[in-house]
Ligand binder design. Structure first.
Ligand code: HEC
Ligand code: HEC
Ligand code: HEC
Length: 395
């Protein structure tokens, strides 16, 4: 290299010009062009995306009215609607927000702070009845919640508590938020990723911890004793399970806690640690501890069981499956899914009640028309399906 060129390259003016231009270009690309391109690319809405707040005639619909209620009630003071591409937010809330989602949001409801969780992916995460109970009193579904009550969105009369049109619209709006990503969100809330190998040994500490957590998360719906008569019960259909009427092995409780029960307000608690889930499972198992002995005691007479099987194959098998093993297709088609009878056993009186009344709010219909002996036979047969060897009574 000639001496002359080296001298030019070391001139302060030259260094300043190159560095200045270089940094200008860098920031232009990084802070202008990049985000703009990102926005342009993310701006392309799916073809079927139309203004969600209007019906075909251009009139405001329930979702649009609900949005107005959301703005009027200042829900955005505590809730954001924007899943950011940072801090692993997509694992907590679901897919990162796209620009096109906000095309029709004037004014936007991004919010500025999160006292409560982001709501951009709320669609389908909770059932309608969960939302009504929660708006009426957040403590009913989430005992530790600090969200205010919105009682003026309900009318209370002798007939019970009814959501107003505003409340129904608001819930329609919440069930819309992120509806285009609903499938992805489901995958995150109900992942099929846990293989439960077996419950750990029970300990008094886990029992205490389990009771504590039960009081923190579950009593609003299930009631303190677990009988399903919590504060939220006027809203819930199907009603919260009466846990005193069934013996559920801890593995089964764990599965339900992890998955939730889609089609009902029973949420997934998959965000809790595995240790805590086992602790709660121990407590729930303890609530139903006497049922097992009661259900399995009367050395079931073989004739009755055989008759029960006949009735079952005729009336129940289509949903509950051969020998109580629910076929996958039914598990997927019916929400909530039918119960499988190998991993649980019910109080005889409760089975009679379900046969007579069904489970309102589910596809489990009443079979009150069956002859009384058939009902007795069904009770005996269902108890005989329980896999007592797999779930040996542990001391
Ligand atoms: C003072 C702050 C505050 C206000 C105002 C508020 N929330 Fe909340 N919200 C919370 C907190 C905290 C939680 C988390 C605890 C819980 O689930 O109750 C929450 C939870 C929620 C959830 C549950 C999200 C989930 O799936 O876990 C929904 C839905 C919700 N709020 C909707 C609303 C709506 C609709 C309004 C307005 C009518 C509103 N919130 C107003 C604080 C607030
Ligand atoms: C928002 C209300 C709500 C909350 C909170 C709730 N549950 Fe539930 N739970 C339900 C409803 C409703 C059902 C009935 C679901 C069905 O029939 O499919 C249910 C069902 C269950 C079942 C299944 C019973 C069976 O026989 O399959 C178990 C176990 C259970 N809940 C335990 C819990 C525990 C433990 C907690 C707290 C960690 C909890 N639930 C919190 C509403 C709730
Ligand atoms: C159309 C499908 C269908 C048929 C047929 C059916 N069930 Fe069910 N069954 C269900 C579903 C779905 C559930 C879950 C309800 C729930 O989540 O609480 C259920 C739940 C139950 C439960 C448990 C309720 C609880 O609280 O956990 C019992 C007991 C039961 N069924 C018995 C029967 C018997 C006995 C028959 C036949 C006489 C029968 N079922 C026929 C769909 C069906």
């Amino acid at each position: 290299m000639s001496n002359e060129k080296a001298v030019v390259a070391e001139k302060p003016m030259f260094v300043l010009t190159v560095a200045g231009l270089g940094f200008f270009l860098l920031s232009f690309v990084g802070m202008g062009l990049g985000p703009w391109l990102g926005l342009e690319l993310g701006m392309e809405p799916p073809e079927e995306f139309v203004n969600p707040y209007e019906d075909e005639a251009g009139e405001i619909n329930a979702i649009g009215r609900g949005r107005k209620v959301y703005i009027r009630e200042a829900c955005w003071h505590c809730h954001s609607q924007f899943v950011r591409p940072v801090a692993n937010e997509e694992f907590r809330y679901g897919p990162v927000s796209q620009a096109w989602e906000y095309m029709y949001d004037v004014p936007n409801t991004f919010g500025t702070r999160r006292i409560g969780p982001d709501l951009a992916r709320e669609a389908g995460r909770r059932s309608d009845d969960w939302h009504f109970a929660h708006l009426w009193n957040p403590r009913s579904t989430v005992p530790a919640s600090i969200m205010p009550k919105y009682k003026w969105l309900f009318t209370e009369s002798a007939d019970g508590i009814e959501p107003t049109q505003d409340a129904q619209d608001l819930v329609a709006y919440l069930q819309y938020l992120g509806i285009n990503f609903k499938q992805d969100v489901r995958r995150q809330v109900w992942p099929e990723r846990v293989v439960v190998s077996g419950a750990p040994v029970t300990t008094p500490e886990a029992g205490r911890r389990g009771e504590e957590l039960f009081n923190k998360y579950c009593t609003g719906c299930h009631g303190e004793s677990g009988n399903g008569q919590g504060m939220a019960s006027p809203f819930l259909k199907p009603s919260a399970a009466d846990l005193t009427t069934r013996y559920l092995p801890r593995e089964e409780v764990f599965r339900i806690l992890f998955m939730g029960s889609e089609g009902s307000s029973m949420p997934s608690f998959s965000e809790l640690t595995e240790k805590d889930l086992w602790a709660i499972s121990q407590h729930v198992h303890y609530i139903g501890r006497d049922v097992r002995a009661e259900a399995l005691k009367p050395a079931a007479n073989a004739q009755l069981v055989a008759r029960g099987r006949e009735v079952y194959d005729r009336s129940c098998k289509s949903c509950h499956g051969e020998d109580g093993l629910v076929p996958e297709i039914m598990e997927k088609a019916l929400k909530p899914a039918p119960k499988h009878f190998r991993d649980r056993v019910y109080q005889p009186a409760y089975v009679r009640k379900v046969i007579d009344e069904g489970r309102p709010g589910t596809t489990m219909a009443s079979f009150a028309h069956l002859p009384s002996e058939d009902k007795d036979a069904l009770v005996a047969y269902l108890a005989s399906l329980f896999d007592a060897d797999k779930y040996k009574e542990k001391p």
